[in-house]
Ligand binder design. Structure first.
Ligand code: DAK
Length: 267
C-alpha cells in the first residue's frame, strides 16, 4: 500500500479495490490469479480500508466482497508453507483480521464462488453474510495437516452447531450455498446474475438506518455469542435504555407519530 499525493493522500492499494456509493463503501479483494488467497498485503489493506470507512461518519455500511470465482480460497498456502512455529507465533500471524469484528459500522460480507479456510473465516466476520447461488463454503485445512486458525472452529460451530461443523472440519468437504443457508451460516442466498446489485440494495437499507442504532444492535447480537443469556439480556436492556438519550430515538418515534420519514442525525 502506498499513498497518492495527487489524490488527497488516499491510499493506493495493491490487492484490493475500494469504492463508495452514497453511504455504502465496498472493499473488493482483488488477487484473481490466486483466487484471492489471503496474504498479509490483503489483510493489511482490507483492515486499513475498513477502519478508515468505519471512522467516516458519511458511511453507514461496509461491504466486503471478492470476485466471481472466489471470495477467497483461503490463506495463501504458498506464503505460509515454510513458516516455523516460533516465527508464526512471534509475529502473531493473522491476528489483525479480528479487528473486522470490532467495527462499529455494519459489515456485510458478500460471497460469490469459493470461501474456503481463511476465506470462510473472514466471511464469518461480517454482521450479515450474503451468498450468491454460486458460493461454496468449507474449512479444508485438515487436508493440509492443520486446523482452522482464524475463528473457524469457534464461529462456524456457533453458526451451524457441533455436528455440521465437525462434519465440515474433519472431512474438509465443501458445502454449497443452499446447504449453507439451511445450516444457518448465511443470511440470504441471492441470484448470481445480479448479485452485486442485490447486495448493494441490502447495504443501502442498512446504511439508511440510524448509525447509533445499527452499532448498538450489532454489538448486542455479537454479545449473544460471548456471554450468558442472563448477562446478555441485562446488557441489552441497559443499551436499550441508553438509546433514549439519543436524538435518533426522538426523531424515529416522532417521525412515526407524525407519519413522516425519519431524518437520522446519527447521534
Ligand atoms: N493459497 C495460495 N494459492 C492458491 C490458493 C491458496 N489458498 N488457492 C488457490 N490458489 C492458486 C492456485 O495455486 C493457482 O495458482 P497457479 O497454479 O495458477 O499459480 C490459482 O490460485 C488457481 O487455483 P487452481 O488452479 O487450484 O483452481 P481450481 O479451479 O482448479 O481449484 C480450488 C480451485 C479453490 C478448489 C483450489 O485452488 C484449492 O483447493 N485451493 C486451496 C483451498 C484451501 O486449501 N484453502 C485453505 C487454505 S489454509 C492462521 C489462521 C488461519 C489460516 C492460516 C493461518 N494463523 C492464525 C496464523 C488459514 C489457513 C487456510 O485458509
Amino acid at each position: 500500500m502506498t499513498t497518492n499525493p495527487e489524490a488527497d493522500n488516499k491510499p493506493t492499494y495493491e490487492a484490493i479495490l475500494t469504492s463508495v456509493d452514497g453511504d455504502v463503501a465496498t472493499i473488493t479483494i482483488n488477487r484473481p490469479k490466486a483466487l484471492n488467497a489471503l496474504n498479509s498485503t490483503v489483510m493489511e489493506e482490507v483492515i486499513t480500508a475498513a477502519e478508515g470507512y468505519d471512522r467516516d461518519p458519511a458511511i453507514g455500511a461496509i461491504v466486503l466482497t471478492g470476485g466471481e470465482k472466489a471470495f477467497a480460497a483461503g490463506a495463501d498456502i504458498k506464503q505460509m508453507k515454510d513458516e516455523t512455529y516460533p516465527e508464526i507465533a512471534a509475529k502473531r500471524m493473522f491476528l489483525e483480521w479480528e479487528r473486522l469484528a470490532e467495527l462499529r459500522t455494519p459489515l456485510i460480507t458478500a460471497v460469490s464462488g469459493y470461501a474456503l479456510g481463511g476465506g470462510c473465516e473472514v466471511a464469518m466476520l461480517g454482521d450479515i453474510l450474503l451468498a450468491s447461488e454460486t458460493a461454496v463454503f468449507g474449512q479444508p485445512e485438515i487436508n493440509l495437516g492443520i486446523i482452522p486458525g482464524m475463528g473457524g472452529t469457534q464461529r462456524l460451530t456457533r453458526a451451524v452447531g457441533k455436528y455440521k461443523a465437525m462434519d465440515l472440519i474433519l472431512t474438509g468437504r465443501n458445502m454449497d450455498a443452499e446447504e449453507a443457508e439451511r445450516s444457518g451460516l448465511v443470511s440470504r442466498v441471492l441470484p448470481a446474475e445480479n448479485f452485486a446489485e442485490e447486495v448493494a440494495k441490502i447495504a443501502r437499507t442498512v446504511a439508511g438506518k440510524s448509525q447509533v442504532a445499527t452499532a448498538a444492535a450489532s454489538a448486542m447480537v455479537d454479545a449473544a455469542y460471548e456471554t450468558t443469556l442472563r448477562q446478555g439480556v441485562r446488557t441489552e436492556r441497559e443499551t436499550f435504555w441508553s438509546l433514549f438519550a439519543t436524538q435518533d430515538q426522538k426523531e424515529g418515534m416522532d417521525a412515526f407519530a407524525n407519519k413522516r420519514k425519519p431524518e437520522w442525525q446519527n447521534r
